[in-house]
Design a protein around this ligand. Structure first.
Ligand code: 13P
Length: 262
């Protein structure tokens, strides 16, 4: 089954709304110059909440084919949840995606697999595609228990998800030891875990559902290493941190197929 690759730039806590506009303009120009076909590789930017409205205005005004999303979403519909952002609010801003359970949210905000699953289902209820993050830390990797650890996360997140909800989800495998460290997993490392995730989805649902779900790799992805990772059968895209803040670099990541044919 053909899965359209997705390249998503997670800006984390970087770029105010003016800087966000400048980056999206530069990225859109770079991709236009390169005649990028968005139906072949989907492209998304994930700015901080405060920049989403500006990105929406630019994308709508210039009719850009770029998609965008949020870095987190509340499990709640509305009410007394100070600081939270409801999925309905993100849907109103035209968000296609919401990252759920990034390792930095898990670490600094104590999010667990159950909460991540609830966030994903809340997003889906409002037509937003969750990008749920999983990944092992360095100690687990050194013990060789990365597959076991990640499958526990997958089980916890998809615990009560229906096959339709599973189909509406994107998964990002981000080994924590590779995030922001320059330490990139080898293509074989990425494939080992992404393949195991798809295998578990086939057990939880069926092969058809498993084959329809996009699984991204994230962790020190750059233009120089993305093509090799993308050539693995179960890697369907990348969740890019630092390199997504540089429009030239991110546009080169999006155009990874040209590195393959070069
Ligand atoms: P880096 O690409 O900066 O390693 O970050 C990866 C990440 O956490 C994306 O969500």
């Amino acid at each position: 089954m053909a899965r359209t690759p997705l390249m998503a730039g997670n800006w984390k806590m970087n770029l105010d709304h003016l800087e966000a506009i400048a980056l999206v303009q530069k990225l859109a120009w770079a991709l236009k110059d390169a005649k990028h076909d968005y139906s072949e590789v989907e492209v998304a930017v994930i700015p901080p909440f405060t920049s989403i409205r500006s990105v929406q205005t630019l994308v709508d005004g210039e009719k850009l084919e770029l998609k965008y999303g949020a870095q987190d979403v509340s499990v709640h519909e509305k009410g007394a949840y100070t600081g939270e952002i409801a999925p309905r609010m993100l849907a109103k801003l035209g968000c296609t995606f919401a990252i759920c359970g990034h390792s930095e949210r898990r670490l600094y905000h104590a999010e667990n697999d159950w909460v991540v699953g609830e966030k994903a289902r809340a997003a889906i209820a409002h037509g937003i595609t969750p990008i749920v993050c999983v990944g092992e830390n360095l100690a687990i990797r050194r013990e060789g228990r990365q597959v076991e650890r990640v499958l526990i996360q997958v089980d916890g997140i998809f615990n009560t998800s229906t096959p339709e909800q599973a189909r509406a989800t994107v998964i990002a495998y981000e080994p924590i030891w590779a995030i922001g460290t320059g330490e990139v997993a080898t293509p074989a490392d990425a494939q080992e875990v992404c393949g195991a995730i798809r295998g578990r989805l086939a057990e939880l649902y069926d092969q058809d559902v498993a084959d329809s779900i996009r699984i991204l790799y994230g962790g020190s992805v750059k233009a120089s290493n993305v093509a090799a990772i993308m050539s693995e059968p179960d890697v369907d895209g990348a969740l890019v941190g630092g390199a997504s803040l540089d429009p030239e670099e991110f546009s080169a990541i999006v155009r990874y197929q040209q590195h393959l044919s070069a």
